[in-house]
Each structure stands twice: as C-alpha cells, then as structure tokens.
Design a protein around this ligand. Structure first.
Ligand SMILES: [Zn+2]
Length: 172
C-alpha cells in the first residue's frame, strides 16, 4: 500500500499534503466550506463510499482540520465543522478552483464578497474593497447563464441552487 506521508521530503508542502493530499479530502473540505456538516449530507452530495468518508472525516478531525461535536438534532450522530486551521485552507482551495476553471473546465459556481456583491478574482480578492474576504463574508451561487454539466438533485445540491454564505449550515 502507498504510504500517506512524505517523511523524506523536508518541505511544508509535504506536511500539508499529509493532511489534505488524499483522494476525496479536498472535496470534503469544499463541502464543509459550503456548510455541509452531517455525515449523510457529505455522503449523498459526494457519492463517496461510506467507509472512505468515515476514514477521511476521522483523519481530518485527528489532524485538527475538522471538529466533531454531537448533533443536537440527531442523538448519537455528529456534526463536523471546520476549525480555524481548516478555515485557513480557503485560499488554497479557492486557488485550485480557479486553476481548474482556467485550465480544465469552467466552474459552475461563483464566489462574491457579500458586502460588495463583487465576484472574487482568481486570487480570491475583491477588487471593489481591495481585500481578500474571510470565508464568512463570501456568498456562493450557481454561475449565471452557465448550464451545469451534471445536474444533481441531492438535498445539498438543491440547497446550493440559491445564493449561500460560506460556512453557514446548509438546510437539508
Ligand atoms: Zn469587497
């Protein structure tokens, strides 16, 4: 089996990849920024095998990127939320989104600075107020006029059809 770490690489990129470099992890984190917090919601929105999701969530909790706490609405279940270290991954995640948009396929969503209503540029920067907004201050919505390549009908996808502030829990 392929190891998870890069012990011979003396570089902080290697240390970061030990946390976020596994398949599915960045998509789980993207959904966490979208406000997905429940195991079932991650599962139906990502079509990820349950065992893999369970493994990735536990790993992210162990690494201090997600925090697990009891779900007040469902006894015995958990909510997963980004920690401050997890929220610090926003610029990296946005940079990968922008790269994919430019070099692979146009992104189906846009990100706007909530107070200015200005779309963020490729550097997650708002040209109107000259800041890189915190995820709490960013609204994501389907990009106007852009037909979605895959139309998903799961509850998370449906909730994200309307403008949604990052980190605000999605209603499913
Ligand atoms: Zn702004």
């Amino acid at each position: 089996m392929l190891g998870k770490d890069y012990t011979a690489q003396d570089c902080s990129l290697a240390r970061a990849l030990e946390v976020v470099g596994e398949r599915w992890t960045l998509l789980i984190l993207r959904d966490a920024f979208f406000g997905v917090r429940r195991f079932n919601d991650f599962q139906v929105h990502l079509d990820i095998p349950k065992a893999v999701l369970s493994d990735r969530l536990s790993g992210l909790v162990d690494d201090g990127v997600l925090e697990r706490r009891p779900d007040p609405d469902h006894a015995g279940r958990a909510l997963y939320e980004l920690t401050p270290a997890g929220r610090d991954l926003w610029p990296a995640l946005h940079a990968l989104l922008a790269w994919g948009d430019r070099h692979r396929a146009p992104n189906s969503r846009e990100f706007r600075h909530a107070v200015c209503d200005t779309p963020l540029d490729d550097h997650a920067y708002c040209a109107t107020c000259g800041t890189s907004p915190d995820p709490h201050d960013i609204v994501t919505a389907p990009r106007r006029g852009r037909r979605q390549r895959v139309r998903r009908e799961d509850p998370v996808a449906v909730a994200l059809q309307t403008p949604h502030r990052l980190l605000e829990p999605v209603k499913t």
